[in-house]
Write a protein that binds this ligand. Sequence first.
Ligand SMILES: Nc1ncnc2c1ncn2[C@@H]1O[C@H](COP(=O)(O)OP(=O)(O)OP(=O)(O)O)[C@@H](O)[C@H]1O
Length: 284
Amino acid sequence: MLALDIRNINKKYPNFELKDVSFQLEKGYIMGFIGVNGAGKTTTIRSILNMTHIDSGEVHILGRNMAEHELELKQDIGFAFGGTDFYRRSKIKTLTNTIKKFYQNWDDVTYYNYLRRFKLDENKKVADLSTGMKVKYSLALALSHGAKLLILDEPTSGLDPASRDDLLDIFQELIVGGEVSILFSTHITSDLEKCADFITFISDGQIILSCEKEEFKESFLLLNGTESQLLQVKDQMISYKTNSFGFTGLIHVGDFDPSYGIKTATPSLEDILVYFTKKGDTHG
Ligand SMILES: Nc1ncnc2c1ncn2[C@@H]1O[C@H](COP(=O)(O)OP(=O)(O)OP(=O)(O)O)[C@@H](O)[C@H]1O
């Protein structure tokens, strides 16, 4: 069963467009959503959650159409946005008491477990929380109403390394039973190396690739060659850097001819993001 089925979302802003965004997430898995700044991750997430009006396309969550069943489906979705700043003058306790009324399956025991695990004091005011603590509070809320699908926009941003590691452990604990699925966007590729099963990659409002993590990496090649070899592949490369020995760069596996004899390696997720970010730049 699909936890998330996104079909041909189009959304136009004056200077940006989501173009036929489609991807699917199987129930029980973790998907990392990556792309450079401004690629369209947040706009896609907001579109999935019906927080922004889309021009066309459909979102199906846990087998139901989001546009037709938004209220019921929101019971099953936990969402959190990194750096959210809400109701600054309220105490955590007061805010939670208001929010929990919206959720039929709210579970105080789970909630207080997360408060303890995240070392959050419910008597603190939102304004007095650090950036990382605010993220943790949003996550505690998102994780405490039995959500079957978590949609998290940069949940690890603002967290220190130990807290990030703990959150990734929580993600893995959550999916063990096969009932919970997680989509999260991030720039921190080590998070994805650690816990994502699938990767969806967006660039300039278009999905470049959405597939299992190893398959994703193997769809590209990192090339390392001399200046004269660069001339053979230059036009097919996503981007490259030159150095005193020659060049290194990224290419789609299908665009590479092994008969050139250029040294190749499987890129890391970091390599893929870096070279896509450089796409269109002048090189050297
Ligand atoms: N409400 C809006 N009105 C007009 N343009 C918008 C609006 N929201 C986002 N955009 C534009 O859409 C583009 C994509 O933004 P989005 O926030 O989806 O990217 P992102 O991939 O999440 O980036 P980042 O990694 O920096 O968070 C940007 O060029 C942004 O300026």
